[in-house]
Design a binder for this molecule. Structure first.
Ligand SMILES: Cc1ncc(COP(=O)(O)O)c(C=O)c1O
Length: 415
């Protein structure tokens, strides 16, 4: 038996004690889901991303179904991230110019508004995808952007940001160092930070980013209801700073209160700051430091976003951490599906949740977690494929060459 644990988990006992989370109400006031949806719908080229299902894999696991919200095709940017950056920039411009009500994309392009916004320089730190979304949104509105990445960011990710009109600056440190540097330079130069993570005194913009993500969840609900389902029974969501996870779980809490789906937050073992915060269990966010060395580039964050953490503390049922080979397995399972299931392109961060679900369902050592989560034939499990092939060279190493293979020696329930 292999002694490396592919899954570690912490149950958050605080979560189910909360009827209606104030943290959720603070980030998601009434009417916000409709507002973000209206905004994204009128962006030129916008389409709903598909909700796919993997019935044959679900049958193999003994689950009702596995639903995958496939963000690999969002606005041709290969991830959900642009939903947050675009909505935050929109809200920032509205606030700056004192505009009220819905403003359309074409109104933002009017000469009168353009004259007022053309000199704004937007900046942010990124693991890749958020910066790409901010760069895309800024360039669509005729503005400049300067994007900060950390030293281990791949050339492919840097190129993808530059291709959207941004200047990219590389910081000699990890993701959290890039966040700090972007902030210092912005203050010095009068640039506007559009960060997906929050800190003391900087919460409006990260809230708008999180609100932006909910368009994806409103779409999911519309797609599920059209197929006769009221909601998923389970939601698995991957986390870096926790904004995506808090948006997803907060969205379902706002809609269904204590009847929300059972929720699981998945992080890489090397950057499991939310898992660590849940383990300490004092209700406060705690960071992890070091190189944050993981193939799950989008999840390589050591500092939780405080506003996201508050929601997760109130509403997330279980925190899971897993090594890189779990995500790599998820990528291969998506890429080589069971007969009859659709093929899905999923990058390292995108596939972490399917990898985790795989180990929970089939690895003997995770049986108590499977039981805790009540996963079985009535389960309708929602996963978010949060990115597609965002780093092609690395994608091939994993999917074609078998990099980050599962170590031999596991006892599988279903051989
Ligand atoms: C593809 C992908 N998935 C998930 C995440 C995690 O989002 P968050 O940092 O809000 O937890 C990111 C963050 O960059 C990402 O790029």
């Amino acid at each position: 038996m292999n002694d490396i644990k592919p899954i570690e988990w912490i149950e958050n006992h605080h979560a189910r004690t909360i009827e209606q989370s104030e943290a959720v109400e603070d980030v998601f006031p009434d009417g916000i889901f409709e507002q973000t949806r209206r905004f994204h719908r009128q962006i030129p080229g916008h389409q709903m991303s598909p909700l796919k299902s993997l019935p044959h894999l679900a049958a193999m696991f003994g689950l009702g179904n596995i639903w995958v919200k496939d963000e690999s095709v969002r606005l041709n940017l290969s991830s959900f991230k642009v939903l947050g950056g675009s909505f935050a920039i929109y809200r920032f411009i509205k606030a700056k110019l004192g505009l009220v009500g819905d403003i359309s994309f074409s109104e933002l392009m009017s000469p009168e508004i353009q004259a007022k916004i053309k000199d704004i320089i937007f900046t942010t730190a990124t693991d890749g995808n958020h910066g790409r979304g901010v760069a895309w949104s800024a360039s669509k509105l005729g503005c400049k952007s300067i994007i900060y990445v950390h030293k281990d960011t791949s050339q492919a990710r840097i190129k993808a940001i530059e291709n959207n009109g941004a200047e990219v600056r590389v910081v000699n440190g990890n993701y959290d160092d890039a966040v700090r540097q972007a902030n210092v330079d912005a203050q010095k130069n009068g640039w506007q930070v559009i960060s997906d993570t929050s800190w003391e005194g900087y919460t409006d913009i990260p809230k708008w980013v999180m609100q932006g993500y909910t368009s994806m969840l409103s779409e999911t609900q519309e797609q599920l209801v059209a197929q006769g389902f009221i909601k998923p029974t389970h939601v698995f969501v991957q986390a870096g700073v926790g904004a995506l996870a808090a948006s997803t779980i907060g969205f379902y809490h706002k809609l269904f209160g204590k009847e929300q789906p059972i929720s699981v937050v998945v992080e890489p073992s090397e950057a499991a700051c939310l898992f660590k915060s849940a383990k300490i269990g004092d209700g406060q966010p705690h960071n992890v430091t070091g190189d944050l060395n993981t193939i799950m580039a989008g999840l390589a964050c050591g500092d939780p976003s405080p506003i996201a953490w508050k929601i997760l503390w109130d509403c997330a049922d279980v925190f899971v951490s897993c090594p890189d080979y779990v995500a790599a397995k998820g990528m291969r399972v998506y890429a080589v599906p069971r007969q009859g299931d659709p093929f899905i392109v999923s990058g390292e961060s995108g596939a972490a949740t399917l990898g985790a679900l795989f180990f929970i369902m089939e690895y003997e050592g995770a049986a108590p977690l499977k039981e805790l989560l009540k996963l079985g034939p009535d389960s309708e499990v929602l996963l978010i494929n949060s990115e597609g092939n965002t780093d092609p060279e690395h994608f091939r190493r994993i999917v074609w060459d078998g990099m980050d293979a599962v170590p031999a020696g596991y006892r599988w329930i279903v051989p």
